[in-house]
Design a protein around this ligand. Structure first.
Ligand code: HEM
Ligand code: HEM
Length: 173
């Protein structure tokens, strides 16, 4: 019996993590830079990477639904297990919601968007300026929530790796 996620799940996890660890700082920096050509490039890069991160999240969830999660090598305390599960599903929820809200707000304000300069992204959502502003507030608030949750997630992963040494970290490596 294997206590590890599949190779595909591991690849998708680390690709997704790398994308998110670029996207969050990029978003925070670009919105504070002031107008300019570099700012515009950062915005375009953010939108393309954000759409890619959404696609990776959907693929991850589909693979997760098909392959499931491996059993734990050592039984975890039931409370730790419940908290870990809740944290993982909150992460999945946020990584779906944030790009969808960013996409909807961008559809209202910022047509056209090019996906990595290659093709025009269909931006079908319409609405008022006040709705667009509200969506961007949700986008920012949820992204900050995601950043905090990711910090907790990384902290727990390092705890399992260096303190508990119970094989949980190695499930994803
Ligand atoms: C998981 C994916 C994403 C993450 C983690 C993320 C994160 C962020 C963050 C942290 C900010 C800065 C918010 C602020 O301080 O005001 C931001 C801003 C922004 N994001 Fe995203 N984003 C993602 C996906 C997207 C997508 C898919 C789009 C559009 C297609 C998008 C469009 C924007 C835009 C236009 C802004 C600037 C908003 C403003 O000027 O107020 N984002 N994002
Ligand atoms: C940055 C964004 C990240 C996100 C959104 C994320 C998300 C997730 C999710 C949703 C799971 C549960 C997988 C499942 O059962 O379907 C998971 C598992 C895991 N992640 Fe991450 N992760 C991120 C970064 C990291 C980093 C940087 C590390 C290591 C330092 C890490 C280590 C782990 C480990 C060890 C597991 C397995 C935990 C277990 O099976 O109980 N993750 N991650």
């Amino acid at each position: 019996m294997s206590f590890h996620y599949s190779a595909l799940q591991k690849c998708l996890h680390w690709l997704h993590a790398a994308l998110l660890l670029c996207l969050i700082p990029l978003g925070l920096v670009m919105t504070r830079m002031g107008e300019g050509a570099l700012t515009n490039q950062f915005y375009e890069g953010h939108k393309s990477l954000g759409i890619l991160a959404f696609v990776v999240a959907v693929v991850r969830l589909a693979v997760r639904a098909i392959q499931g999660a491996p059993p734990y090598e050592r039984a975890l305390h039931p409370l730790v297990r419940v908290l870990a599960k809740a944290g993982h599903w909150a992460l999945y929820g946020l990584v779906l919601m944030i790009p969808l809200v960013g996409y909807a707000a961008t559809s209202i304000c910022c047509k056209p968007v090019m996906l990595f300069g290659l093709m025009v992204v269909p931006l079908e959502f319409t609405g008022s300026e006040s709705l667009m502003k509200l969506l961007f507030v949700w986008h920012e608030t949820a992204a900050i929530g995601l950043a905090l949750l990711v910090c907790g997630h990384i902290g727990m992963a390092l705890y399992h790796r260096f303190k508990a040494r119970d094989g949980v970290f190695e499930r994803m490596t």
